[in-house]
Design a protein around this ligand. Structure first.
Ligand code: NAD
Ligand code: TDX
Length: 332
């Protein structure tokens, strides 16, 4: 049994990761989470307290981080400010949490000689043309567009430098857009599902031709577990499930699955600097670590996600009004 420290474990991907660890290993998990607007204790409240310990605190708190890292075998770092639109409104928490927080963890991992896995995003590579035959690979140069993606790119580069300069035992993964249960209603898919439940039209930024490469959160997390288990130290693994789809088609599919007219959505102001297309080539992960996605059919994964939001209104309702007020102020 290993003792795992999971930062950001009360957020979307982190909370699903904790569940997967409990289901598939005998590890103990300590969650370190600051419970920002994006963190929810309820996402963990039904889990066995003998196997999950919750610590309320920030990854920027050097003393707390040092103590916790020293007491664990493996650190998996999910905690971040994660939303592009928020980073355009106010970049400052993105710099503190995503860059300084990663620095504090790396320093603690270095002092204590612990194994570290860094969670990142395909957005660090910038965007692709719609007709570009190349997809992102582990060697694509970094070219981030937004304050969010620049802060994640910075954190990745810190990890690579700590591996090379100090011999820190780290791996990295950069994943494409996740969907699934417990995702904040500020994000594209849950925003449209919960709008429709509330009788509001879905909101499409610009013409909606932007392409995202969708992967179910459990497939992302199964890949993370494989990398922790068998990944090569110092290596970056790209995680994606060949799920490219443009935003307009995603909105039309959500409308269809929820029994509405496929054209019943509104076009709203586009996001400044909006990345056009992300696409991941996950050949290395598949070849080297034998990973395969379980969710191969986006339509059925999306239908299950819609069912989850219908059945769990008490989870998302408290955050809906404030989220929509923020969007209204930004013209989205
Ligand atoms: P999220 O916003 O749902 O959750 C983030 C969690 O981190 C929250 O629980 C929040 O309270 C916590 N947190 C924020 N600041 C903190 C701090 N200073 N100290 C401790 N905890 C703090 O985000 P998510 O979508 O679950 O993303 C998790 C990670 O995965 C991030 O690193 C993100 O960059 C990366 N990622 C996300 C996606 C995606 O599609 N959502 C894709 C690829 C990579
Ligand atoms: O209401 C909306 N309408 C709309 O058209 C919203 C909220 C978004 N969009 C568009 C913008 C993007 O092209 O949908 C796409 C997806 O938007 P987000 O859910 O905000 O995701 P994105 O900006 O692609 O970033 C996501 O994937 C990479 C995560 O939020 C990041 O944390 C991750 O790193």
């Amino acid at each position: 049994m290993a003792k795992m420290l999971c930062t950001g474990g009360a957020g979307f991907i982190g909370s699903n990761f904790v569940r997967l660890v409990l289901e598939t290993t005998d590890d103990h998990v300590t969650v370190l989470d600051a419970l920002t607007y994006a963190g929810h204790r309820e996402s963990l409240s039904d889990l066995d307290p003998k196997r999950v310990t919750f610590v309320h605190g920030s990854v920027t708190d050097a003393d707390l981080v040092d103590e916790l890292v020293g007491d664990h075998d493996v650190v998996v770092h999910f905690a971040a400010e994660s939303h592009n639109d928020n980073s355009l409104n106010d970049p400052s928490p993105f710099i503190r949490t995503n860059i300084v927080g990663t620095f504090e963890l790396l320093e603690a991992v270095r002092r204590h000689g612990r194994r570290y896995h860094h969670i990142s995003t395909d957005e660090v590579y910038g965007d692709l043309e719609l007709d570009d035959p190349q997809r992102f690979t582990e060697t694509t140069p970094y070219n981030p567009s937004s304050p969010y993606s620049a802060s994640k790119a910075s954190s990745d580069l810190l990890v690579r430098a700590w591996v090379r300069s100090f011999g820190v035992q780290a791996t990295l993964s950069n994943c494409s857009n996740n969907y699934g249960p417990r995702q904040h209603v500020e994000k594209f898919i849950p925003r449209q599902i919960t709008n429709l439940i509330d009788g509001i039209h879905p909101r499409l930024y610009g013409a909606g031709l932007n392409v995202r490469d969708w992967i179910h959160v459990d497939d992302h997390n199964r890949a993370v577990l494989r990398i922790i288990e068998a990944g090569r130290i110092g290596e970056t693994y790209l995680i994606g499930a060949d799920g490219e789809m443009d935003n307009k088609s995603v909105i039309e599919l959500i409308l269809e699955l929820m029994g509405e007219d496929r054209s019943a959505y509104d076009h709203v102001a586009d996001r400044p600097g909006h990345d056009l297309r992300y696409a991941i080539d996950a050949a290395m992960l598949r070849r080297e670590l034998g990973w395969e996605p379980h969710f191969k059919d986006f339509r059925s994964g999306l239908a299950a996600t819609i069912d989850w939001y219908r059945a769990n209104e008490s989870w998302w309702r408290p955050m809906k009004e404030a989220t929509e007020a923020k969007y209204a102020a930004a013209g989205h």
